[in-house]
Ligand binder design. Structure first.
Ligand code: ATP
Length: 587
């Protein structure tokens, strides 16, 4: 396919506001790029098997597959220079930058120049039969653009930036203005023609007559739109269904929504509960027989060299090929977790890793297993995946049954419960251990790469609750004159209690009557409407934020506190501590 044809179709898509129409245009584009029929061959059109893969990526503004962390490694100024050189002797890269400042978009800037493709090489090659834009082009094909960009990405070492500019100049020099528009956008990752991942998925499905959900599955395991398009065309549904995860090729991470314990329990009856570790996401790929270990970040960037501890962990603990999902946590000398900022110091570090490791060491904790010993587990329920995780992590010598989960190194514990109190206490333990709180997961859910769905929920701070001792109240007014209201809340601080706020909202009159009955016997002193209470009753309260504040003796104030309920099962000694408040506040 000529690059001019691609540019022309990209222009049509760019101008199309309706999503469905965009899918239809992308479908046509893919069908055209993938058309290697006899008819097309005999018409003399250039047919190139890899073109379909390239076009499926180019349409999304990608040069390489999503799993491939290769980058062009070319900055905007190198691109401006290439454009300027191709535009002619009287144009400098400063002019290009000035134009950009004025016009605001690199595609429009590139398209505003006359390049060689317009009246140059195209005149000799007879132009492009497919080009309906009116420009005659330099005969550039999609494949040539890709091959050149691949060379450009591979250029490294001294003089490589000049070489990159030369290669890019060579391309612009053969471009018509419309080709230049989309080449510039592609090179600077600014394609923005409204073609998202869902669009390409639907277009592949329509172009090659395969169901969307099966295309989706193939995309999840391969992370490669080009490959999926090619297989859909060449092998159909059977080929798509046969696609598997590849150990060594990163998978998009499943993401979490914010959510509440109440919602989770309403929907699932039982929730999978895990600690939310305060670290950074890692995906570990390990093939023991090949001595191959690769570690990827949440964005599928390879970070193996930065995290030798994770590699060592894999080498000492894993005996079968696996893909594991987890978190890397920074730890102090006693193994206690350090704040997230400390992990960042290690995360993408390229130099002096050994020295950095002496300052801050890290350890991995895994919470999911996507592949184990030749078997893909994405479609399995969380509980099954966690069992596999346990079995791949358990020390082979000790026998899987005899080991307590808590003693398995690198294993994140998974509780399964429908009891909000148990969830509260897991949350409290997580915070106590210096982590962020908890994740709530649907125990029956499969692993959906790249999805931020309802099946994984991070507990929102604003729906977290605190158990506070009620240390004071105020008599109401008017209709509520016989009720206690506006309750003063305190938390434990050693043997003392310190105030953190007052709660007056979220309480019905009926409830106020009940609370008055409960609290009145504990009145220690009264002054006007103000009442001092013996610390006997514990309230569970929600809040939106904890702020530092001089108003209360703890030095903190709960913002928008809301009454959740009385905790008859708790004594003041069991109420939350100032320490927990401080930890929650510093999140
Ligand atoms: P977001 O994912 O919402 O863009 P984020 O990257 O800051 O934001 P959060 O949303 O706060 O992360 O929480 C999800 C992240 O929590 C995961 O990506 C993972 O890094 C981390 N995490 C820690 N413990 C777990 C766990 N047990 N299960 C899943 N994720 C966990």
């Amino acid at each position: 396919m000529e690059f001019a044809t691609f540019a022309d179709r990209a222009g049509t898509i760019d101008a199309e506001p309706a999503d469905l129409e965009i899918v239809a245009h992308v479908r046509e584009l893919l069908a055209e790029a993938g058309d290697d029929s006899e008819e097309r061959r005999s018409s003399g059109a250039a047919v190139e098997p890899q073109t379909l893969e390239i076009v499926a990526r180019f349409a999304q503004g990608r040069v390489f597959p999503a799993w491939d962390s290769t980058t062009l490694d070319i900055g905007p100024s190198a691109c401006y220079e290439a454009i300027a050189r191709a535009a002619g002797t009287n144009v400098s890269s400063d002019d290009v930058e000035d134009q950009l400042a004025e016009i605001g978009e690199i595609g429009d800037v590139a398209a505003s120049y006359d390049f060689g493709g317009q009246q140059g090489l195209g005149a000799f090659t007879g132009g492009d039969a497919d080009d309906s834009s009116g420009d005659s082009s330099g005969g550039l094909t999609v494949r040539e653009v890709y091959d050149t960009l691949e060379d450009l990405a591979a250029a490294e070492g001294s003089g490589s930036q000049d070489r990159k500019v030369d290669l890019l100049f060579g391309l612009f020099n053969r471009c018509s203005s419309e080709e230049a528009r989309y080449l510039a956008r592609l090179v600077l990752s600014e394609m923005r023609i409204g073609v998202g991942e869902g669009t390409v998925r639907d277009a592949i499905s329509a172009a090659f007559d395969v169901p969307e959900d099966r295309v989706e599955r193939a995309l999840q395991v391969s992370n490669d739109y080009g490959q999926v398009a090619r297989i859909a065309r060449d092998e159909g549904l059977e080929g798509l269904d046969a696609m598997d995860l590849a150990v060594g090729r990163p998978v998009q991470a499943m993401l979490a929504q914010a959510g509440t314990v109440t919602d989770a329990l309403e929907e699932w009856a039982e929730a999978g509960v895990e600690w939310k570790y305060d670290g950074a996401r890692v995906q570990l790929h390990h093939v023991p027989s090949a001595d191959e270990t690769r570690v990827f970040s949440r964005n599928m960037e390879e970070i193996t060299d930065a995290l030798p501890e994770v590699v060592e962990f894999a080498e000492t603990h894993l005996e079968v090929p696996v893909i594991l999902d987890g978190e890397v946590v920074a730890i102090d000398e006693d193994g206690a977790p350090l704040p997230f900022q400390e992990v960042l110091k290690r995360f993408r570090r390229k130099h002096d890793v050994a020295r950095a490791r002496e300052d801050v060491s890290v350890r991995p904790v895994f919470f999911d297993c996507l592949h184990a010993d030749g078997e893909d587990l994405l479609a399995e329920p969380l509980t099954v995946r966690h069992d596999r995780l346990r079995s791949v992590l358990v020390d082979a010598d000790s026998g899987p049954e005899s080991v307590d989960d808590a003693d398995i190194e690198g294993l994140s514990l998974l509780w399964r419960t429908g009891d909000p109190d148990e969830i509260e206490s897991i949350d409290a333990d997580a915070l106590e251990a210096g982590h962020e709180g908890i994740m709530l997961k649907n125990p029956d859910s499969s692993y959906s790469p790249g999805r931020r769905g309802k099946h994984w929920r991070k507990r929102k701070p604003d729906v977290e609750t605190l158990d506070c001792v009620v240390t004071g109240a105020e008599w109401g007014e008017g209709r509520r004159a016989t009720f206690l209201g506006t309750f003063e809340l305190s938390v434990r601080a050693g043997d003392d209690l310190e105030t953190v706020g007052k709660v007056a909202t979220g309480i019905t009159d009926e409830k106020l009557a009940e609370l008055t009955e409960l609290l009145e016997p504990h009145i220690a002193a009264e002054e006007g409407q103000e009442v001092e209470l013996e610390p006997e009753v514990v309230f569970e309260v929600g809040y939106e934020e904890i702020q530092s504040s001089p108003t209360y003796s703890s030095g903190y104030a709960l913002r928008f506190p809301r009454f959740v309920g009385v905790r008859p099962d708790k004594d003041p000694e069991d109420a939350d501590s100032l320490e927990r408040l401080e930890r929650l506040q510093s999140r």
